[in-house]
Write a protein that binds this ligand. Structure first.
Ligand SMILES: [Zn+2]
Length: 338
């Protein structure tokens, strides 16, 4: 708990490993990151936007001055997060009017001999959680994975990005692999380096894994030592988000990393976390609609269909995703304030 409580501290704010701070403040000496080496690279800091101030004068509008918005008064991000609707039914990629971007597992797509161009943007899940739970290791080689991603990018198209072959850190997965959080993190970094070496141009993203919030900060340091500045990555996957009871430490971690310029995708984010985290994530995905339907006593979509439940119902999935989109960022408060 002591580690988590440090996330609530307002002053001084702990820094990411590659963030330079002014000589006026020395937060490193007072935080749990004091063991980290000083870095020379500058972290991309979000600059306060300038908003023109106008006033009415003699019936005409003049731009008179600009006023800097300080971080303290900055409102959470204005642009809505992209929500990728997770589905086991990969053929939704080829529906005529796909209402939401899709999140599809490589394990599902491998069943298709023939592929064709998709009408919707989508992202590829590597299927790591299932593979590690089944075998306790990755049996799909990086060479094979890169070849699959290349095929999907060529033949389906509209691929926003693909997850790496990362190593999740849920206790159940650790029990299956017999490895530690640190080992999973290092294997995840190694895999990303391998995949990018095999194909530098494919949109394969780096992913952060961990269990405690500090684990994620240490993982950032591992990437940094490997020469990868995550603040420059177009998307950084945030793994091991679901399957935990207390989400508050996760909310605070996401807020801290957002403040420091990480553009994050939350893998499998819980629905009730998005009113808050939606302000700070670039994107997220969830397949929870299907489980909800499976546990329900009957259909949920309000329409008639043969299936007794809506666990594969496109109508229900769309209704559920619409509700997600309506609630993104509605909390409108900073996680540290509660
Ligand atoms: Zn239905």
């Amino acid at each position: 708990m002591a580690k988590q409580s440090s996330l609530h501290q307002q002053q001084p704010r702990p820094l990411l490993p590659n963030q330079r701070h002014s000589t006026r403040h020395h937060p490193r000496s007072q935080t749990n990151l004091q063991h980290l080496p000083r870095q020379t690279t500058m972290l991309r800091i979000r600059h306060p936007t300038r908003r023109p101030i106008t006033r009415r004068h003699m019936g005409r509008t003049h731009r008179t001055r600009t006023k800097k918005r300080t971080p303290k008064t900055r409102h959470p991000r204005q642009k809505l997060m992209i929500f990728y609707l997770g589905t086991d039914d990969a053929y939704w990629l080829w529906d005529n009017t796909p209402p939401h971007p899709l999140f599809i597992s490589r394990r599902r797509l491998e069943r298709y001999k023939n592929l064709k161009p998709s009408n919707t943007r989508w992202a590829l899940d590597s299927g790591g959680f299932t593979e590690l739970n089944m075998y306790g290791e990755w049996r799909t080689s990086p060479h094979k994975y890169v070849a699959l991603v290349q095929r999907y990018a060529n033949e389906i198209g509209n691929l926003d990005w693909a997850a790496p072959q990362d190593w999740m850190c849920e206790p159940s997965v650790l029990a299956k692999t017999g490895k530690t959080v640190t080992e999973h993190q290092q294997l995840t970094v190694n895999n990303y380096l391998t995949l990018k070496t095999l194909s530098p141009t494919l949109p394969i993203i780096p992913a952060l894994q961990g269990w405690q919030p500090d684990d994620y900060l240490r993982h950032i340091e591992m990437y940094d030592k490997a020469g990868i500045d995550l603040t420059k990555a177009p998307t950084v996957g945030m793994g091991t988000f679901c399957r935990r009871a207390n989400l508050k430490p996760v909310h605070n971690l996401v807020y801290r990393l957002w403040e420091n310029g990480l553009k994050m995708h939350g893998f499998g984010v819980k629905q009730d976390g998005l009113p808050i985290m939606g302000n700070y994530l670039q994107s997220a995905d969830s397949l929870a609609w299907s489980l909800t339907a499976r546990l329900a006593p009957g259909p949920l979509c309000g329409t008639q269909h043969r299936a007794k439940k809506c666990s594969h119902c496109r109508t229900w999935a769309t209704q559920w995703a619409n509700n997600i989109n309506n609630n993104i960022g509605t909390a409108g408060i900073q996680p540290e304030l509660f």
